[in-house]
Design a protein around this ligand. Structure first.
Ligand code: FA5
Ligand code: MG
Length: 451
């Protein structure tokens, strides 16, 4: 209902994305700023750090086994993105506060897993990699942007073609060919766990364990390749002695509707654990629905910007969208000569400008049908108003105060917006104008009362 109001005057009847036209309906919630990024495809722009990162990861997964798919369109059906993967009807990821919808049954994919069901049916080799742009309504800070890129990988074996029907033996034999490498891996959890991370009824313990081990070793190898390159680059750039501390990674139990058991891989980086990917043993129901009941295997999904930020020491996710030569020129020639990889050298940092906006939400029972009502409010609503009003000139937004009036029960919120361009110093007049657009946008779209 909120979005209906937000777009009632301005919602286009149709939108064109990569040359195709789609009808909108009241579910439509894609701002033009996001629509305009659907044609950028940074993962295919030669010498862009997202594309270089894709190439490095591809190099660890041989094309003979893993077919590469890099041109899938971002517009998919709600069925492909959610239902085909076993997301329950009330899963929060489906909400319009989290997902960009074109209409009720059509959306901008939120993850590359949207193509999994189809590739389980049609991919001719025993695995694949998909690289693509994905879209999520999300907070604003230096590691979140409404468009980012993921790489999805999958590998599976055909039980009916395995000698003696012993899948575990076949997987372990392949695992033996994966090179060993120098890094510290923490993996404290058992290969599966009845409550926390269950074995699927279709799988025997030995085969699930073997598939899980193949998955983990493959991804450890990938992370090792990336960090070896990152370190070489840093050493070359700084003339520093090579670091002798080994790379540290750890496996954490996780949950996804389309894998079990499932894990996330975290990397120790600058004093913190950073999640870089999710993965697991694929739900057998997906292979069955794809008409391949004998396929058994694994899948993972990794964030390419997150890896590129580590690889090149890129401090702010907005930089990936920059067309500034001072950014782009630093990577030229690297894609074909990975030994030329160097850390990014930030151009001068411009001054920040903090501005607060405080407002009362309308009471949910007020006339106007709950528009701006406390029960309806989602941080992402504000984030979108800010992105519309100020584009890439905002570095981050934080909720700094939350207050409920003791008598009226009305709720008040205060957000602090940090205006800072990556490319130039903003003038006071400019910043004030942007902030006024944020304030006006909040009032107009959500009927809030400014304090
Ligand atoms: C997924 O998207 C699952 N589809 C991954 C998966 C695939 C699991 C196959 C099992 C099998 P998640 O939402 O955690 O999971 O995102 C995966 C990765 O994308 C994260 O680890 C992170 O590296 C990256 N990522 C997620 N959200 C963002 C964001 N807002 N900005 C940048 N990178 C992000
Ligand atoms: Mg995650």
């Amino acid at each position: 209902r909120r979005w209906q109001a937000a777009y009632s005057s301005g919602r286009p009847k149709t939108v064109e994305i990569n040359g195709k036209t789609y009808p909108t309906d009241p579910w439509f919630n894609v701002p033009s700023s996001v629509l305009s990024l659907t044609s950028r495809k940074l993962h295919l722009q030669k010498d862009h750090p997202v594309s270089i990162t894709r190439k490095i990861i591809e190099s660890v997964f041989p094309a003979s086994t893993y077919r590469y798919y890099n041109t899938f369109d971002p517009v998919v059906s709600t069925y492909e993105n959610f239902d085909s993967l076993g997301f329950p009807p009330d899963h929060p990821g489906r909400a319009r506060t989290d997902t960009y919808y074109i209409n009720e049954s059509t959306l901008l994919r939120t993850h590359t897993s949207a193509h999994e069901a189809e590739l389980f049916r049609s991919n001719p080799t025993g695995g694949y990699l998909i690289s693509a742009d994905v879209y999520r309504r999300d907070e604003i800070d230096r590691s979140h942007y409404p468009v980012f890129h993921q790489m999805e990988g999958a590998r599976y074996w055909d039980r009916s073609k395995v000698p003696h029907g012993d899948l575990a033996a076949a997987v372990l034999e392949d695992l033996g060919r994966l090179p060993r490498h120098d890094m510290t891996v923490q993996d404290p959890s058992p290969p599966f766990h009845a409550e926390r991370n269950p074995l699927q009824p279709h799988h025997g313990p030995a085969e699930a364990e073997a598939v899980g081990a193949h998955l983990k070793r493959s991804l450890e190898l990938m992370v090792h390749e990336i960090f070896t390159r990152a370190r070489k680059a840093a050493v070359l750039a700084e003339g520093a002695a090579p670091q002798d501390k080994p790379l540290e990674v750890r496996w954490v139990e996780a949950y996804f509707p389309f894998t079990s058991p499932s894990w996330e891989l975290e990397v120790h980086y600058q004093g913190d654990w950073l999640e870089i990917l999710g993965c697991g043993v694929s739900q057998q129901s997906l292979h069955i629905h794809a008409g391949k009941p004998d396929q058994v295997g694994w899948a993972f999904g990794i964030g390419l910007e997150r890896v590129a930020m580590l690889l090149f020491q890129i401090p702010d996710i907005r930089l990936f969208w920059s067309q500034d030569e001072r950014f782009l020129s630093q990577f030229r020639g690297v894609e074909d000569h990975l030994d030329r990889l160097r850390p990014f050298e930030p151009f001068s940092k411009h001054p920040p400008c903090y501005k607060d906006v405080s407002f009362w939400l309308g009471s949910s029972s007020a006339a106007g049908g709950g528009l701006g009502g406390a029960a309806d409010w989602h941080d992402n609503d504000l984030m979108e108003v800010v992105r519309d009003a100020a584009g890439d000139c905002v570095e981050d937004v934080q909720l700094v105060d939350r207050f409920t009036h003791p008598k009226t029960g009305r709720k008040s919120l205060c957000y602090r917006i940090n205006y800072r361009s990556l490319e130039r110093t903003l003038t006071n007049a400019e910043t004030n104008e942007m902030h006024q657009r944020v304030v006006d946008g909040l009032v107009k779209r959500f009927g809030v009362e400014i304090r």
